[in-house]
Ligand binder design. Structure first.
Ligand code: NOJ
Length: 749
């Protein structure tokens, strides 16, 4: 009885609280003029993050005039407080600003780029990274992050593949949930959590030709089954906001796309939060050919968009559109209410300065955060090759550390680390110096990242990432050979500059730059073991490297502590456990290549055949497939045991495997479950990831991993876009990589 009363009281207070906040928003709305409401819809940047040709001016003045509802691009309590004061002290209703920033893979302590951290397959770790980022960001005045980016990407030419979780919707959805939960915690008004913004809705990761911002065109079946799930997962996890994408869907730009924002997001998914455009995305609808600024702003507001980033289309045109009847004031009310609701949820009406606490500076870049970053970086690395146990390297060996990324602080953080301080990042050379006795380490640059000054200038838009040496290529190589000759093993730190991936960084050539291949060719002639440590923001073509290097460790961009993590793995202190989340093609001409492709009517059967779906010059399969990654130890996965091979609707079956660490050192394995729906009303993928578990095992230890298979897991969107499972046979695959599995047929009755 007592418990019941207590429960009723809790419900009563929750409801009372809800209606209190609702009332507060309603009361405010009643007091607001149309101009003030339109002002709330305006998101400007006083400087800082610039990702387009348009920039805002006189932001302070506009805030004081009540023309701005939110700002982004700033960091630091002092400066943000100054802007918050403009809103609180100088506007009629003192409505505080919402303050956002691109906190993407860490705030000041930078973690691995998202593509890297996805390779950890460790959702707790990913969630924790978002928690730490939120803590640092809020200590720095920020309450809203433009993350997670969950765009499924299968085209390594697209530079923004670096910012997401790879090619798979099931894994992508798990990451999306973990990030939202990490950023937002249980309460938005906790001053150590931030509101998240899932982006870019929708399907931004599939531009034609891999060229950023280009046309996206795909079937609805594909959109619903393969591209929408990670955004939906964020919505289900309670994400506060969503960002539009730059691309068209069915020839309509996302920021003016009613089907996406009203039919799917609001009606189907019941999303109640706020929608913000991407940078000038409304204005860009003019170039898309949808009309002038007035027209595209109308279209955008009518399509359910609430806030306009940078472009000022809403503030400049909405009032006139209402006056001439093209829009209703209720359209503005709807958007304004959502924005105010978010401010209320963040606790800004109780205290506009709650995220502006000068005493929290010690929470930023703490030793603890750096240690976490180091651990996370080492978990993101993927060991692609390790012949003759070249790795780990003992500290008694003489090491030649060579390569353009070995001593490059500017490239350690990776793309989209707007608050990262490069000077606080450790270089690979420094990490090696801290590890090896002085006499065992020699360094030479060996090559430039690229020798092409025109290319370098484009990549260096944010700073000197590609530094072309004054010495000639021959001189650099000769020095490297001299150093290598004095060593037992060569560690070649190669790859991309940080901004060779990321926004507006598409590439047609996704292999190493010629300057670097030339160096590796010369080093190879020395007949010494070579370990290639690869920095990259995308899958690269690595055929020659795979044939000629003894070991390849893919380290992505590991962030502030990435270099220390490299030493942890190279020295054997940490056993690598990352698995790829995007396939590495053998040739760029294979793109897209991914594990969940459909069969064709004329599938290739392992070797070239005329009148089959294959290439004359390259294989169909990628060089390194999805789910692949090596370890210093060996694992055995037992034959799966199924509780039943018949599945009745409403029931579930379980499948278990024992995973054993059969080597001499501790390590982690990612057990993966895939399905194939053998006969369906539409063609179904060859393999779809439907379960995974990462297990840590001491040497000799075994653990049982159990997956549950039920009807829900077998569902998909059919051609009528109904989400359902179809009765019949399914092939179930379990293994440690998408191409290393055992199979079993089950039947859904
Ligand atoms: C453009 C990018 O597409 C988006 O991801 C980012 O959040 C905004 N610029 C703001 O910087």
């Amino acid at each position: 009885m007592k418990r019941k009363i207590a429960l009723l009281l809790v419900i009563f207070f929750m409801k009372a609280n809800l209606s209190f906040s609702q009332n507060r928003v309603d009361d405010l709305m009643k007091k607001m003029t149309l101009d003030e409401k339109i002002g709330q819809l305006n998101l400007l940047s006083p400087g800082g993050t610039i990702t387009g040709t348009m920039q805002n001016t006189k932001v302070g003045k506009k805030i004081k005039n009540g023309e701005v509802g939110a700002i982004f691009g700033l960091k630091g309590v002092e400066i943000i407080k100054k802007y918050q004061r403009y809103a609180v002290d100088s506007t009629r209703l003192s409505i505080p600003l919402l303050v956002g920033l691109d906190v993407i893979h860490g705030h000041r302590t930078i973690f691995p780029i998202p593509l890297g951290s996805s390779c950890s397959w460790d959702m707790d770790l990913i969630k924790q990274s978002a928690q730490i980022a939120a803590k640092e960001a809020t200590a720095d005045g920020i309450m809203w992050t433009f993350s997670p980016m969950v765009d499924i990407a299968r085209d390594p030419r697209w530079g923004r593949i670096a910012e997401g979780g790879g090619e798979d919707p099931f894994l992508g959805s798990a990451i999306s949930r973990a990030m939202v939960e990490g950023y937002q915690g249980n309460k938005l008004d906790d001053s150590k959590t931030v509101a998240a913004c899932v982006k870019h809705f929708a399907a931004y990761g599939a531009p034609e030709g891999g060229r950023d911002y280009a046309t996206v065109d795909m079937s609805k079946v594909r959109l619903f089954n393969e591209y929408l799930p990670p955004y939906k997962a964020a919505v289900d996890a309670g994400v506060a906001t969503i960002m539009t994408s730059f691309n068209v869907i069915d020839y309509v730009p996302a920021s003016g796309n009613k089907e996406l924002y009203i039919d799917i997001l609001r009606k189907k998914w019941a999303f109640e939060g706020m929608v913000v455009t991407d940078y000038t995305a409304i204005n860009e609808m003019i170039a898309h050919g949808l009309g002038d600024l007035k027209k595209v702003s109308q279209l955008s507001l009518k399509s359910g968009i609430d806030m306009d980033m940078i472009g000022e289309g809403f503030v400049k045109t909405i009032k006139e559109s209402i006056e001439n009847g093209a829009l209703n004031e209720s359209d503005v009310d709807r958007a304004c209410r959502r924005i105010l609701k978010l401010k209320e949820d963040l606790g800004l009406f109780d205290d506009p300065y709650r995220y502006l606490d000068e005493t929290r500076q010690n929470e930023i870049m703490s030793q603890e955060n750096r240690l976490f970053a180091r651990k996370m970086a080492s978990e993101s690395f993927v060991l692609l090759k390790n012949e003759k146990q070249t790795l780990p390297i003992s500290d008694s060996k003489k090491v030649a550390l060579i390569g353009p990324l070995a001593d490059s602080r500017r490239n350690m953080l990776g793309t989209w680390s707007v608050s990262g301080d490069h000077s606080k990042a450790v270089t690979v050379k420094e990490a090696f110096e801290a590890w090896l006795p002085k006499e065992n380490l020699k360094y030479a640059k060996g090559a430039n990242i690229s020798d092409d000054p025109i290319f370098a200038k484009k990549v260096n838009a944010f700073g000197k990432e590609i530094v072309i040496d004054e010495r000639s290529a021959e001189e650099l190589i000769n020095e490297a050979i001299e150093v290598a000759n004095q060593s037992d093993v060569i560690v070649a730190v190669m790859g991309e500059a940080a901004d060779m991936s990321g926004e507006a960084s598409s590439l047609a050539h996704i292999g190493l730059q010629p300057s670097q291949t030339r160096l590796l060719n010369e080093l190879k002639k020395l007949n010494k073991p070579i370990v290639m440590v690869l920095y990259n923001g995308r899958p690269m073509t690595l055929n020659w490297e795979n044939e000629n290097m003894d070991a390849i460790l893919d380290v992505w961009f590991g962030g502030t502590e990435g270099a220390n993590a490299i030493v942890d793995v190279i020295s054997g202190k940490v056993n690598p456990s990352g698995k790829l989340t995007t396939s590495f093609p053998v040739h760029v001409g294979q793109v897209p290549v991914y594990h969940s492709m459909l069969n064709s009517g004329r599938p290739e059967l392992g070797k070239y055949q005329k009148f089959k779906s294959n290439y004359l010059d390259i294989p169909n399969t990628p060089l390194f497939p999805f789910g692949y990654g090596l370890s210093y130890t060996t694992f055995e996965i037992s034959k799966p045991v199924y509780s039943n091979t018949n599945l009745n609707a409403g029931n579930s079956i379980s499948v278990s495997v024992d995973v054993k660490n059969t080597g001499n050192i501790a390590g982690a394995e990612v057990v993966q479950l895939y399905i194939r729906d053998l006969v369906g009303s539409i063609s179904r993928p060859l393999k779809e990831l439907k379960g995974f578990e990462k297990v840590f095992l001491e040497a000799g230890e075994s653990k049982t991993v159990t997956f549950k298979i039920d009807e829900e897991l077998l569902k998909f969107y059919n051609s009528k876009l109904n989400y359902q499972a179809e009765k019949g046979q399914f092939e179930i695959f379990i293994g440690n990589s998408s191409n290393n599995v055992t199979t079993q047929i089950i039947e859904l009755k």
